[in-house]
Every structure is written in structure tokens, then in C-alpha cells.
Design a protein. Structure first.
Length: 253
């Protein structure tokens, strides 16, 4: 039985990823800041699927946390067959007005910890010549987004990182996927302090989790959820950059 490590698993997309992967027969390692939430998910998975998830409290927005998480997993002699880098958050508003410390934590979580975990577990997967690394990126990765400047830039990094490492690691039997959703119903709007109306007609976290599993299984390197999102991602390179950024800015209002 394969094991999936899911970061940011205490709520929203991460929580639904845990349920979807459990339904498909995966053992789980779940990590997030809120241990009580993880324990509730662990209990539900045990009751529904007779699987015992391993839960680890960890704040991946802190320096050194990726190494600490890796060492805990290795100490427990656990094997990670699928790494799902789901943990992340955004900030909404003018760049100059954003809290600098929170911004640094966002970049640590969205980029640094993601890269570090990918390297550490890719080295383990390389020994076995098998493994999957799944990054939850964003449709924001395809263009600059005024009012979410640093967040969108961090997701552009994730997308490019995924595409490059997918080519590099293919020879080692490791598959890399970047999942790019648009707005999704989760806790993202609360953390980012966005108008919840923006997410009124958005797909659910469950829909995204199912989409993620399907595209990982189909070995897709880049998968954009939603027809309109796919069209917009395709169209961006052909439109003047100024138009693209003005459209993105108007959508954020």
C-alpha cells in the first residue's frame, strides 16, 4: 500500500485530499499547524476506511520546519510514495501595505518549504526509482496579479519549478504535477482577507481534491481546473502584458 504525505491537511483542500487519497487506498501522513483538526480527520478516516493516518503538527512557514518534518518521518521509518505540497496561503491588498513578517512566512511556506520537501523526498524516491510529487499551484501562476503580487509570483515559481523538475526527474521514475485551480471554496479567502463573494460560484475543495487525484493518476505535468481557467491560461501568452495585468486587477476588485 502506497503512502501519501499531505501538507496543510487540517482543513479545506488538504482535508479533502486526505479523504480522496484514503478512498483510493493510500496510507496517509498528514501535517499542519492545527493538531486537533488533524486528529479529527484521522479519526474519521479510521472509521470510514479502517486506515490509520499518521499526524504531525508542523508549521511549514517557519525556517527549518521542512527539515524537521522530514527527520520526524524518517525516524518513524515511514516511506513517502506521494508528496502533496498543498500548504500555502495568500495576502490580498497593495504590496506596500502588507505585513512584512506575514509576507515572509507566506514565501517561506509557498516556496522555500515546498522546494526543500521536494528535494528531500525526491532523493528518497530516486533510490526506489518511483514516486509522485504534486504541487498545488494556482491559476494565478500564469500572469501577474495586482493586489496579490507576492502570492501570484510565488505560484508562478511553483509552476515553473514543477515543469522543470518534471523533466529532470523523469529519468528517475519520479512524476511531478502542478495542479492549477482558480478560486476554490476553502479557508483561503478568510486568511487572505478577501471578499467571500468572489468565491460564491467556485468549485468546492472536494472537487479540487478529486481533480488532483485524477490528474496525478493520468501523469499530467500541468493541470488547470475549469474550462474558463484553461482558456485564460492558454490565452495569456498571446495578449499584451498590460491588458493581462489590467484584467487581473479588475477581477480582484
Amino acid at each position: 500500500m502506497k503512502t501519501a504525505l499531505i501538507t496543510g491537511a487540517s482543513s479545506g483542500i488538504g482535508k479533502e485530499l486526505a479523504f480522496v487519497y484514503a478512498e483510493n487506498g493510500y496510507q496517509l501522513i498528514l501535517t499542519a499547524r492545527r493538531l486537533s483538526n488533524l486528529e479529527e480527520i484521522k479519526k474519521e478516516i479510521k472509521e470510514k476506511h479502517d486506515l490509520t493516518a499518521v499526524v504531525i503538527k508542523m508549521d511549514l512557514s517557519q525556517k527549518g520546519s521542512a527539515d524537521e518534518l522530514y527527520q520526524k518521518i524518517i525516524a518513524e521509518k515511514l516511506q513517502v510514495d506521494v508528496l502533496i505540497n498543498n500548504a500555502g496561503f495568500g495576502q490580498f491588498g497593495n504590496f506596500i501595505d502588507q505585513d512584512a513578517e506575514q509576507e515572509e512566512q507566506m514565501l517561506m511556506l509557498n516556496i522555500i518549504s515546498l522546494v526543500k520537501l521536494s528535494k528531500l523526498f525526491a532523493l528518497e524516491m530516486q533510490k526506489r526509482k518511483a514516486g509522485d510529487i504534486v504541487h498545488i499551484a494556482s491559476n494565478a501562476a500564469f500572469q501577474p496579479v495586482p493586489s496579490m503580487a507576492a502570492y501570484a509570483a510565488s505560484k508562478a515559481f511553483v509552476l515553473h519549478f514543477a515543469e522543470a523538475t518534471a523533466i529532470e526527474l523523469k529519468k528517475d521514475g519520479i512524476r511531478v504535477s502542478a495542479i492549477c485551480p482558480g478560486a476554490t471554496k476553502s479557508e483561503f479567502d478568510k486568511v487572505a482577507k478577501m471578499n467571500p463573494d468572489f468565491f460564491a460560484n467556485a468549485p468546492s475543495s472536494r472537487e479540487l481534491a478529486e481533480f488532483t487525484f485524477k490528474k496525478m493518476s493520468a501523469r499530467k505535468t500541468v493541470a488547470v481546473q475549469g474550462f474558463v481557467n484553461r482558456i485564460s491560461a492558454w490565452a495569456v501568452p498571446f495578449a499584451p502584458r498590460k491588458w493581462v495585468m489590467n484584467i487581473a486587477k479588475s477581477m480582484m476588485r
